[in-house]
Design a protein around this ligand. Structure first.
Ligand SMILES: [Zn+2]
Length: 425
């Protein structure tokens, strides 16, 4: 299939300096699935490309969800009155244990994948459950959507529940290897990622095995880091040799490197020392403000992270987060940063629209390479958004329209969606 075409509309995107470029009523060119740039007239060499006319609509880069739990999707919005460790035992673990049943997984994952396809997300890092068969079902379904994703079979051999735990480190590692063999070469847009749930769920032996598999097969790792004070204290007990929680992952070779960076969700309590470890390993932080609010984890110092130069994007963290919407995550990121500034540290300035837009698009997109912007040469991930229902008595700039769209996204619609040049909606 030829992935050459032109979109006409009102274009916004972020550049490396986290500034928003706004270019109303222009032509955005896609050639071979890659962005050629934004033009006021169609240049001669693209004259025969088909034009999709979206005049008056917003066109923004596709968004990356760096952290989402597929099996928790169908109970999102429930159990939001607990803290992390109780929430896991009472909500997450009982639900996830149901994915031992392939028929259940098929039905539940069909709901998740359909809704993810219809969301603002074009790329995502996704947790499955510890079940190999269910994880393969999830990957099969995601491949069909046209989204580009990393998906992980979860590893957990301790502190789960009777119905949700693997027997031993050996069994967990063997199942992981079997899963990787099963899916080898099966997909074009769906990639495996090693997924130790978090340190409290994985014995030292299992973490060592995961580090070994990562190195052997050149795979990335996703997990959770420094989300909640009780969790952090527990990790210190479990891995006494570690300097901090981040170091506990580093000890087991699970933080990755420049070529295979890990993604760590939350980092609410990450201090300077832990941040230095993440930067040294090129680890990506998935900031999940909705989840951090719902299960009362706290507020991550995101302005500090952005200024440190660490790689960072947004995560929905469904079902700690209630919604898959990354534009809602953008709003929550701005809102919680204001609370951090007001109540925690007045030297740390709140986030602005441009910071949040950067994290949802280019910041998180970098996890997938050159994605999340309309800079020439980037993979063509785009969303066409109709914001015409947001009537106003003011003459609004493109920047103002985009700002209103994220706060009032429920009144807007996604009219078209492209991932690496392929139209999926
Ligand atoms: Zn999570």
């Amino acid at each position: 299939m030829k992935l050459d075409f032109v979109l006409k509309g009102d274009v916004l995107f972020c550049t490396e300096d986290r500034e928003v470029q706004t270019v109303p009523d222009v032509f955005l060119i896609c050639k071979n699935g890659k962005c050629e740039g934004v033009f006021t007239d169609i240049p001669e060499q693209y004259k025969d490309f088909p034009v999709e006319d979206h005049t008056g609509k917003l066109i923004v880069p596709g968004m990356t969800d760096l952290h989402v739990h597929a099996p928790q999707y169908t109970y999102r919005g429930l159990g939001m009155d607990m803290e992390l460790l109780d929430w896991l035992n009472e909500n997450a673990f009982p639900e996830e244990s149901r994915y031992s049943d392939a028929e259940y997984a098929k039905k539940a994952y069909a709901i998740f994948t359909e809704d993810l396809k219809n969301s603002f997300t074009t790329r995502a890092c996704i947790f499955g459950t510890l079940h190999r068969e269910a994880t393969e079902i999830l990957m099969d379904q995601l491949e069909e959507t046209g989204l580009i994703t990393y998906v992980g079979k979860v590893n957990m051999d301790r502190n789960g529940s009777e119905s949700l735990s693997e027997e031993s480190a050996e069994v967990s590692a063997a199942e992981t290897r079997k899963w990787l063999d099963d899916i080898n070469g099966r997909y074009k847009r769906t990639m495996p990622i090693l997924t130790p749930r978090f340190i409290p769920s994985c014995s030292d032996e299992l973490m060592k095995e995961i580090g070994k598999i990562a190195e052997e097969k050149g795979l990335r790792v996703q997990s959770h880091l420094s989300e909640n004070p009780s969790e952090i204290a527990w990790v210190k007990e479990l891995v006494p040799a570690s300097e901090n929680y981040g170091d506990a992952y580093a000890l087991f070779n699970a933080l990755g490197d420049e070529k295979h960076p890990a993604v760590m969700a939350h980092c609410v309590y990450t201090d300077e020392k832990e941040l230095a470890i993440l930067k040294a390993h090129h680890t990506f932080i998935a900031h999940c403000p909705d989840s951090n609010l719902n299960i009362a984890s706290g507020i991550a110092p995101v302005r500090t992270f952005l200024e440190s130069g660490v790689s960072i994007g947004l995560g929905s963290d469904v079902a700690g987060g209630a919604s898959l919407s990354l534009v809602q995550a953008m709003v929550h990121a701005i809102q919680v940063s204001k609370m951090y500034w007001r109540h925690v540290d007045q030297d740390v300035k709140p986030l602005q629209f441009k910071d949040s837009f950067y994290m949802a698009t280019l910041g998180g997109g970098k996890y997938f390479g050159k994605t999340g912007s309309f800079i020439p040469g980037y993979e063509f991930d785009a969303l066409v958004i109709d914001d015409s229902a947001l009537r106003s008595m003011r003459e609004l700039t493109l920047h103002e329209r985009a700002e209103r769209m994220i706060y009032l996204s429920g009144e807007c619609s996604i009219d078209a969606k492209y991932v690496a040049g392929k139209k999926i909606l």
